[in-house]
Design a protein around this ligand. Sequence first.
Ligand SMILES: Cc1cc2nc3c(=O)[nH]c(=O)nc-3n(C[C@H](O)[C@H](O)[C@H](O)COP(=O)(O)OP(=O)(O)OC[C@H]3O[C@@H](n4cnc5c(N)ncnc54)[C@H](O)[C@@H]3O)c2cc1C
Length: 304
Amino acid sequence: MAHCVVSKAEAILDKEFPVLDKGFVRLVDYLGGDERVVQAARVSYGAGTRNYREDAGLIDYLLRHHHTSPFEQVVLTFHVKLPIFVARQWIRHRTARVNELSGRYSVMKDDFYLPEAGDVALQSDDNKQGRREEALEAGEAEKVRSAFEQGQRESYKNYLGLVDRGIARELARINLPLSLYTEWYWQIDLHNLFHFLKLRLDSHAQKEIRLYARVIFDIARNVAPRCCESFERHILEAVSFSQDEFAELKRRLAARSAKPDNSNTTDDNADPALSGKPPLSGKTPLSGKSLERFEVKLNTGKQL
Ligand SMILES: Cc1cc2nc3c(=O)[nH]c(=O)nc-3n(C[C@H](O)[C@H](O)[C@H](O)COP(=O)(O)OP(=O)(O)OC[C@H]3O[C@@H](n4cnc5c(N)ncnc54)[C@H](O)[C@@H]3O)c2cc1C
């Protein structure tokens, strides 16, 4: 079948969605949508299901069974403006095609990321890669913001000074900070976009890249809504269990159904499978950290 036109995607083409203080994401172009995934799958499986509900079932099936190639038939191109420290994390996703603004060719603009006061926090105690949940007290946060701003102003002034002296742009730029904004065109297929989103929407990812991932996901929903819904249900918000964890889960459920007063129980906390408390009898295959992790998984729904 010829070119897929998705009306919701057409409606947002070229529209700038703001991210952070000066960044944005725009959908430049797209190829395919839900329909293309279904067509591509039918080429491999032969004609079969036809109506929307069955198409939705087929997409779910493909995703659940990791039949990923039909999702590669959908391609999205974004124009993104982002701070260099976010770009450094983003560029690790090797399956995209990228064209970035050249600081060798152009004079860099005076655009720096300045975090909101509410985003300025101390180093986390339990996560070596992250910051604490609670922000610094407002006055302290403002001092940090001023220090950032002053550093950015000075480094940009020095940069312009060097450019004005005729120093090559490729050298003049080397002292500019990671907070400087860059821009790129980023093209990726839907399968690899889902992989990017799984990693970069996760709470372990840095807040700034998470904000971009959220906007990208919202845009992708306009291109392939059924695929995105399926991804959300079966991958993004899903939790997987190891062999031992699954055995423990089954053991708890068995203990629950074996309880004589089970049918009269109204208090969920009395149910070991729901309360996360170890059941009264039987031997758990989990212990120590692995048991702790399992309890947290059950209680929070987070993949650990
Ligand atoms: C929260 C978080 C913290 C991180 N911290 C660090 C860190 O401290 N230091 C650091 O260096 N990195 C870090 N990373 C980056 C991480 O290690 C990956 O490089 C990044 O997430 C890209 O993942 P990927 O390689 O699976 O994705 P992609 O590059 O998009 O690749 C997708 C998949 O394609 C396959 N693939 C792609 N290219 C190849 C290839 N050449 N050979 C074989 N298979 C390939 C792999 O199966 C891969 O999973 C972090 C990432 C996250 C999300």
